[in-house]
Design a protein around this ligand. Structure first.
Ligand code: ADP
Ligand code: MG
Length: 349
């Protein structure tokens, strides 16, 4: 899973904290229906904040928190006895896994197909060789990368009903898409409790249910990839996921002085360096937006625009390594540039 507090911050975050403080320092029963239920959770190596409005909102965030831990226990590559850990230690034997794992593996394979293999969950051993799973970073020997790349190909995964088999020397991790799915699942729980207004931040992923209680859109800030702890733009969203992959999440500087980051190009086993330093995908489905944010980072600008031509249901905000912002016209009206970088609308048609 991804690390650190990440790319997107919520404009509402300061009031979020205020609510959090007033609640924890007060024992009085809330009578004001407009007070949200708030919850901070640390899971999947990520700080998560949940906020929901409604008479049953406390129960909704309780259940959402339980579901987050359940998903972490199923999907983590490092927790022993998770489905992914079992698969990664299966020596090529088929493993029975739960429905969530099947959903994610199938979606990863589908997006892998749609992006020409830019998303490939079997890249995990290469990611580990670079030290991105432990923090013991190093630039691997070319021979070692070649050796590991020989086993990278998600098309060799076999899925039959709830049984999955990996080739003997293959391993996977779902870090590219697990948090998007978790956000979707949280929103399902919110809805089942009658919540109609909610927002969650799972690291850099922000997902919203409905609008703010006054009917106005949520304002979500996207981080400036060139500046520590600074935002570059704000977008208005209602009922959408806003999911970012950036080169500032987990990285190190090699002895050669170059920066290396945690999104790997499966075509050469090196950190993807195709001109993009940050890409945000905005859409209805968190799982797809998360998978695509990682894939677009690998694909680069031109191939991402090409993808959007045949899949116009997503909006994106891309930042290129020459310090330019590009965004699609679907968010045009609400996009607010608060950085020093020039911002240009992408022409998708
Ligand atoms: P974050 O996890 O920081 O939110 P992403 O959603 O972009 O960022 O996912 C990055 C994670 O995806 C990496 O930490 C790694 O686990 C995994 N990963 C890296 N490169 C690829 C790739 N090409 N295909 C699939 N998964 C990848
Ligand atoms: Mg992703």
């Amino acid at each position: 899973m991804s690390g650190k507090i990440k790319s997107l911050t919520l404009i509402f975050f300061s009031c979020f904290l205020l609510y959090g403080c007033s609640e924890s320092s007060s024992t009085k029963i809330k009578e004001n229906k407009t007070d949200p239920a708030v919850r901070d959770v640390f899971a999947m190596d990520t700080f998560m904040s949940l906020k929901a409005y409604g008479s049953d909102a406390e129960k909704a965030v309780d259940d959402a928190e339980k579901r987050i831990y359940e998903l972490e226990n199923e999907l983590s590559a490092t927790l022993e006895e998770s489905d992914i850990w079992k698969l990664d230690n299966s020596d090529g034997k088929a493993v029975d896994v739960c429905d969530d794992t099947i959903t994610l593996i199938k979606k990863a394979m589908e997006i892998g197909d749609k992006t020409g293999g830019a998303l490939d969950i079997t890249v995990y051993p290469v990611l580990r060789e670079w030290g991105f799973t432990t923090g013991e970073y190093k630039i691997p020997e070319q021979g070692r990368i070649d050796e590991l790349l020989a086993n990278v190909d998600y098309r060799n995964i076999t899925v039959k009903d709830n049984s999955v088999a990996l080739p003997e020397n293959a391993q996977i991790d779902l870090g590219a898409l697990a948090k998007g799915y978790t956000g979707d699942e949280i929103m399902k729980i919110m809805e089942s409790h009658g919540v109609t207004s909610a927002i969650v931040s799972l690291g850099g992923n922000v997902q919203s249910l409905g609008s703010k209680t006054d009917g106005s859109p949520w304002k979500v800030a996207v981080r400036d990839p060139f500046l520590e702890d600074k935002d570059m733009c704000v977008v208005d969203i209602i009922n959408k996921a806003v999911i970012t992959s950036g080169n500032y999440e987990r990285f190190f500087y090699g002895e050669d002085g170059k920066k290396y980051w945690h999104i790997i190009d499966p075509s050469d086993g090196y950190p993807a360096d195709n001109g993009i330093v940050s890409v945000t995908v905005i859409g209805d489905n968190g799982l797809e937006c998360d998978a695509l944010s990682t894939a677009f980072f690998v694909l680069g600008y031109d191939k991402t625009v090409e993808y959007l031509r045949s899949n116009p249901q997503y909006d994106v905000i891309m930042v290129t390594d020459d310090k330019k912002i590009y965004y699609t016209s679907g968010i045009g009206d609400s996009f607010q540039n608060i950085s020093d970088m020039p911002a240009e609308v992408i022409s998708v048609d």
